[in-house]
Design a protein. Structure first.
Lengths: 255, 259
């Protein structure tokens, strides 16, 4: 480990978005996103595709960098230039729409790789941890399986275990069930619901309105790069105010 | 009729000439060819790795420089590059190795091979879906860690066969070093065969040299295909097969260049 500045992120940080802007090729994708995702709670981001959900999540762990504005994890401004990216990312889990498991490694090795390589755990410690996490997502008997031998739902559960293996302060989920066959969605949502009950801080971009309604502490509706409406699920789903949200909920069949 | 056969025999396969030249071919030529090949390949790998990193760089001007390097050394006949590097450097006063043509030859071949090898490595890495990089980054891995643990193991299947194929070409290209003039003990297979062929007015030594090249290159080719099959089996169906096919296609295109 190099002797760069050690970033101290709270064990359960509030994630604060302040006027976050981002353009691609001079096309504005995020235009002043501002909201707080509370600690130890699940925040669901909903909105039509192309509204900027993925880009916003990628700005949190700096796979993308905002053009302006700030994102704070607790006291730490992760959007600041010069922040030690690898340290920050090691503390933020991410689950991708397309799983992105490492196809050359077994499920257990997928989970244990980062703890070994990034955190310096011994092979035994890392494997022990990986097996415990695979058990937690109900896949212990698939520890030796390669990703191609697993169903989509199983792959995504391994991906969740892989994110958990770094003991993240926050986990970002980018439409974790959108690539799944309908019958495989539930097993993934169940694991996520479990994490939510364990008070892990999560930000979830999702089209699963039922999940958002049951699990979220806060629902944020984004459209066209702006936060149009935010509030507790009861308010967002029962009493939507803005025409755009009403229209969107109509389209996804909630209203 | 008998006369024609006799002449053919003398030209291509004269037992006495074979007996006289084979010991030198085996004792001097073969080791030198192997040493030159190994040295040029090692150098080519180092150069190729550096150029591959340049080709994958985020800076456009760096990538541009890399492209120029690759285009030049893949586009110019090897014979020209080897003359220019092997004779040019000492002439220009850059005498890294004194008057030792052997090492200049190694350097020249290594520099040229580096261009081919960089393309093999680049296309191998490029073939891996970006999601693999991003998943590694998201877990806190550095570039080097992502490369070592995630990207390179997956691109090995595309890279290794093409790389071994390139080694075959290096072995054959070492024949070009005779151009630079070698001392007796430094001569490789082709130089010895050529000297003896003109001495004895028979091509027998060249035929023998040809067989010795085959003795190295054919097993190497078999090694490549068995390696490929073995990795194919262990890798199973790897997601993002486009990666491999494009890298292999690139590899073939890359490997196609000799003089
Ligand atoms: N790397 C990129 N380059 C160019 N445009 C991009 C890039 N990433 C996203 N976009 C554009 O940004 C917009 C928002 O995309 P995204 O954040 O993926 O939205 P969502 O996840 O809500 O569907 C889309 O119009 C998309 O085409
Ligand atoms: Mg998206």
């Amino acid at each position: 480990m190099t002797e760069e500045m050690e970033v101290g992120i709270d064990s359960a940080p509030t994630v604060r978005f302040e006027e976050v802007c981002k353009s691609f090729n001079s096309k504005a994708v995020l235009s002043g996103i501002t909201f707080d995702a509370p600690a130890m709670s699940t925040t669901c981001i909903i909105g039509p595709s192309g509204s900027g959900k993925t880009t916003l999540l990628r700005c949190v762990n700096r796979l993308d960098t905002p053009d302006s504005g700030h994102i704070y994890l607790g006291d730490v401004d992760v959007s600041a230039p010069g922040i030690p990216l690898e340290q920050v990312r090691a503390k933020i889990g991410m689950v991708f729409q397309s799983f992105n498991l490492f196809p050359h490694l077994s499920a257990a090795d997928n989970v244990s790789l980062a703890p070994r390589v990034v955190r310096g755990l011994s092979a035994e410690e890392a494997t022990e941890k990986a097996l415990a996490l695979l058990k937690r997502v109900g896949l212990l008997e698939f520890a030796a399986a390669k990703p191609t031998q697993l169903s989509g739902g199983q792959q995504q559960r391994v991906a969740i275990a892989r994110a958990l293996a770094m003991d993240p302060r926050l986990i970002l989920f980018d439409e974790p069930t959108s690539a799944l066959d309908p019958e495989l969605v539930q097993e993934v949502l169940e694991v996520m619901g479990e994490l939510s009950r364990e008070k892990i801080t999560m930000i979830v971009a999702t089209h699963e309105m039922r999940f958002a309604r049951q699990i979220a502490g806060l629902v944020v509706f984004m459209d066209n790069g702006v936060v149009v409406e935010q509030g507790p699920p009861a308010e967002i789903f029962e009493h939507p105010k803005s025409p755009r949200l009403i229209n969107f909920l109509g389209q996804v069949g909630v209203l | 009729m008998g006369n024609v056969l006799q002449r053919l025999g003398h030209t291509f396969l004269n037992p006495q000439i074979l007996a006289k030249t084979l010991p030198t071919l085996l004792k001097v030529g073969l080791p030198n060819t192997l040493i030159l090949s190994a040295g040029a390949m090692a150098l080519g790998l180092i150069v190729g790795l550096c150029i591959a990193l340049v080709l994958l760089s985020r800076r456009m001007w760096l990538r541009g420089l890399g492209r120029v390097y690759v285009s030049v050394f893949r586009g110019v006949p090897h014979i020209v590059s080897i003359y220019l590097i092997g004779q040019g450097l000492p002439l220009a006063g850059i005498s890294l190795f004194g008057g030792n043509s052997y090492l200049y030859a190694m350097l020249a071949i290594g520099i040229v091979e580096g261009a081919y090898i960089s393309e093999i490595l680049r296309s191998g890495v490029r073939g891996i879906p970006t999601g693999q990089f991003e998943a590694s980054k998201a877990l806190g891995m550095s570039n080097a860690q992502a490369m070592r643990h995630v990207i390179i193991p997956q691109s090995a299947r595309a890279i290794l066969p093409a790389l071994t194929g390139q080694l075959n070409l290096v072995i054959k290209n070492t024949a070009l070093v005779f151009l630079l003039g070698l001392q007796a003990g430094q001569r490789e297979l082709f130089a010895i065969a050529q000297d003896n062929s003109s001495n004895y007015a028979s091509l027998t030594p060249l035929v023998a040299a040809g067989f010795l090249y085959l003795l190295i290159t054919v097993p190497l080719s078999y090694l490549v295909s068995s390696l490929d099959r073995r990795m194919g089996r262990s890798a199973g169906r790897v997601r993002g097969t486009s990666a491999m096919t494009s890298a292999l296609a690139g590899g073939n295109g890359v490997g196609a260049g000799t003089i």
